[in-house]
Ligand binder design. Structure first.
Ligand code: AHR
Length: 502
């Protein structure tokens, strides 16, 4: 089976905002406690942060991390996480039915972000709280000094402000499960007034307003239209979330779900244009896809804790999906979609980063390792920065049970910042290779400098504590660049990255 494409430096989609390779960390399960923070761990630093986890995250080169939630933020008092640790209150977390010790708060998280080399993206609580707590938090975090909250930060050991640029106005406020859930008009008004107050403090801050929790919500996409009508002038991004599942164990259907993702992004982009036109505005709003991942493997095992069966445990093993090889393909497809939609998607956060539906797993007192999905995220974050190319691809398709015209070869290409080209390709065909030819007409004088491939004879294969490398990339073979044409064979159910340079 053959597929063809053309790459030219002038055929571009958009400059990619590197923040599409962002991640998310919530006070949920073992993401924070025994994920990034474990004072008794042999690799812990003086702040109690696990060194082995820091190393893995540095390897990923994560540009931004969203914190502290998620559903958690909607009943969170940020003040509980400041001051001497022994004085911090233990609280009941209503979102996940657990106890929160508050040993990690904004100071610990900010120091950790510095050590992994990432920026913070902070969410304020617009569920149980509102404008006042939000503006105080922003002042605590960003004001140099000479005011009540900034001086308290200095008293607590942080002289310089952290200058966090990116702020989320609550989380999934359309969801009835959210503490302090609101309808679109209620939330839109609150978000607008909170945004105004934050902007009165510093008009250069970037604000993300909540869109729908997923495109299956009954209020979608009216929610987006109403919320944006209230907030258009005072926010910069609207958030989208989507989780992927293969409950039915039908790989062809599962790997076609990125069609739903594309439609979701395109629809919200359309709603943005609608509100822009309605308001006769010159301003553009972009998408922050600040929660995405595969999430279903752990659903059954989580049920008991989430139904309150085990009381209020501290840092239980919640949402610990063990990813398989099939999920490598899905994550590759999702990231390819963000690259091809980089004209509207400016921020995207894999949810989450450690232990909780995450590319990195840890054992308490034991090792940290890479889950299968670590790799497509790693390759894109490291080698997918630059300008997205419009490839004009032609490829045979199949029909899944939900979507028609699903391409067997899914390809994204990036003209990199060092004038190379990186190609990410996923083959959705179950038993036939796709021979892909890309005419590199706009990129003379290139050679293949790297070729990585992921294939496995078992779609269900996983990486575990004792078998950490069962699913791992290997050097690709057989790609050729001759007479300005790149030819590569994509084996059935495979992921590949090919880098061209000089
Ligand atoms: O990432 C897990 C949860 O999924 C988040 O807390 C919430 O925002 C979403 O529903």
């Amino acid at each position: 089976m053959k597929a063809t494409a053309t790459a030219h430096r002038e055929f571009t989609i958009s400059k990619i905002d590197k923040r599409i390779y962002g991640a998310f960390l919530e006070h949920l399960g073992r993401a924070i406690y025994s994920g990034i923070y474990e004072p008794d761990h042999p690799t812990a630093d003086t702040d109690g942060m696990r060194g082995d986890v820091v190393d893995l995250i540095k390897e990923l080169d994560v540009p931004v991390v969203r914190y502290p939630g998620g559903n958690f933020v909607s009943a969170y008092n940020w003040e509980d996480g400041i001051g001497p640790k022994q004085d911090r209150p233990v609280r009941l977390d209503l979102a996940w039915h657990t106890s929160e010790s508050n040993e990690v708060g904004i100071h610990e998280f900010a120091d950790w972000c510095k050590s992994v080399g990432t920026e913070m993206m902070l969410a304020v609580n617009l569920g149980s709280r509102g404008l006042d707590a939000a503006r105080n938090f922003v002042e605590y975090v960003n004001h140099p000094g000479g005011s009540y909250w900034s001086d308290l930060r200095r008293q607590n050991g942080q002289e310089e402000p952290w200058n966090v640029k990116l702020w989320c106005l609550g989380n999934e406020m359309d969801g009835p499960w959210q503490i302090g859930h609101k309808d679109a008009a209620e939330y839109g008004r609150l978000a607008a007034e909170t945004a105004k107050a934050i902007r009165a403090f510093d008009s250069s801050l970037e604000l993300v307003v909540c869109g729908s929790s997923h495109s299956g919500m009954p209020t979608y996409p009216d929610w987006e239209a109403t919320v944006l009508e209230h907030t258009y002038d005072v926010v910069d991004y609207i958030s989208l979330h989507m989780y992927f599942a293969n409950h039915e164990k039908k790989t062809g259907n599962y790997l076609a779900l990125t069609h739903k993702l594309e439609t979701y992004i395109d629809t919200v982009a359309g709603v943005i244009q609608f509100v822009k036109a309605k308001r006769r505005s010159d301003k553009d709003i972009y998408i922050s896809f600040d929660e995405w991942n595969v999430w279903y493997h752990s659903n059954q095992q989580d049920r008991q804790i989430l139904n309150g069966g085990d009381g209020w445990p501290h840092a239980p093993a919640l949402l610990e999906d063990i990813y398989n090889f099939e999920d490598v393909l899905q994550v590759g497809l999702i990231i390819n979609t963000f690259i091809r939609r980089s004209n509207v998607v400016k921020i995207a956060c894999i949810a989450q980063l450690v232990n909780v539906i995450a590319p990195i797993m840890t054992e308490r007192g034991g090792p940290a390792w890479r889950q299968t999905i670590y790799y497509p995220y790693y390759f894109a974050s490291r080698f997918g920065r630059g300008t997205a190319l419009d490839l004009a691809i032609s490829c045979p398709t199949y029909d899944s049970e939900q979507y028609a015209g699903v391409a067997y070869a899914d390809v994204a290409a990036v003209h990199t910042e060092d004038d190379g080209v990186t190609i990410f390709a996923v083959c959705r065909h179950p038993d036939e290779a796709v021979d892909l030819d890309i005419d590199m007409i706009g990129f003379p004088g290139m050679r293949i400098i790297d070729h990585q491939m992921m294939v496995h004879d078992d779609l269900q294969a996983t990486n575990t504590r004792d078998h950490q490398d069962d699913v791992a990339p290997k050097q690709g073979a057989g790609a050729k660049l001759a007479d300005g044409k790149l030819s590569v064979s994509l084996p059935p159910y495979s992921y590949q990255m090919i880098r061209l340079g000089r």
